[in-house]
Design a protein around this ligand. Sequence first.
Ligand SMILES: Nc1ncnc2c1ncn2[C@@H]1O[C@H](COP(=O)(O)OP(=O)(O)OP(=O)(O)O)[C@@H](O)[C@H]1O
Ligand SMILES: [Mg+2]
Length: 241
Amino acid sequence: MIEINNITFEYNGLKAIDNISIKIEKGESIAIIGPNGSGKSTFLKILNALIFPSSGDYIFNGEKITPSSMNNQIFSKKFHKKIGFVFQNSDSQLFCSSVYDEIAFGPRQMGLSEIDVKRRCEDCLRLLNIEDLKDRVPFNLSGGEKKRVAIACVLSSNPEVIVLDEPMNGLDPRTKRFFRELLIKLNQSGKTVICATHDFEYVKDVFKRAIVFSKNHRIIRDDHYDKVINDSVFLFENNII
Ligand SMILES: Nc1ncnc2c1ncn2[C@@H]1O[C@H](COP(=O)(O)OP(=O)(O)OP(=O)(O)O)[C@@H](O)[C@H]1O
Ligand SMILES: [Mg+2]
């Protein structure tokens, strides 16, 4: 489904991703792990075509993702319907004047009827347990509430791939447990889940594979999640625990 071939990305001449290659199959659940500044968020932004690599190829469902392919509105809409991104900072993602409109934004863009939009929004509000927030202004919500809304916004478009950038950051333990269950359910329902995380304590049994970035912005390990997480010498040496 996803093929990354020898991708490098630079911000103003400084490498943030250095020559990485990855293949991801439909239905996988993958943790993206690495110290601060190793390139996890940059990689997730590339996956979502928010930025484009300086060199190398990104192929999604057999099609090359490039600035020019994404300039084609039909192609770009089709792509964004298949992959959804929950940003590290929810404020980058929420811009509507009510939670309901925020969640309805994706389905409306897809041209669904208002009846179908309403059904999807109600499902997502229920799934994230935020029915009582539906008329609130997203900007004024707490961090944990914003994160629930941001996830609902992504799920309302029913993407095949869900990419999350440290979704548990700064959340209380009960919300972390809630998100853990949600990620497991989403993956069981067939979604591909790709998630940057530092919250190992709260993601037990969520991921089957771990891709580890080093401080040098390279991939230093791509292995079973449990093997990586139980290798405390490796994690300690690479500044992950
Ligand atoms: N917009 C930007 N402009 C310039 N440099 C950037 C920008 N965004 C990220 N970088 C740099 O790119 C490198 C990778 O950053 P990135 O945000 O991908 O790391 P990360 O692994 O997600 O870190 P964290 O765990 O802190 O979220 C870092 O050295 C960072 O300083
Ligand atoms: Mg990051």
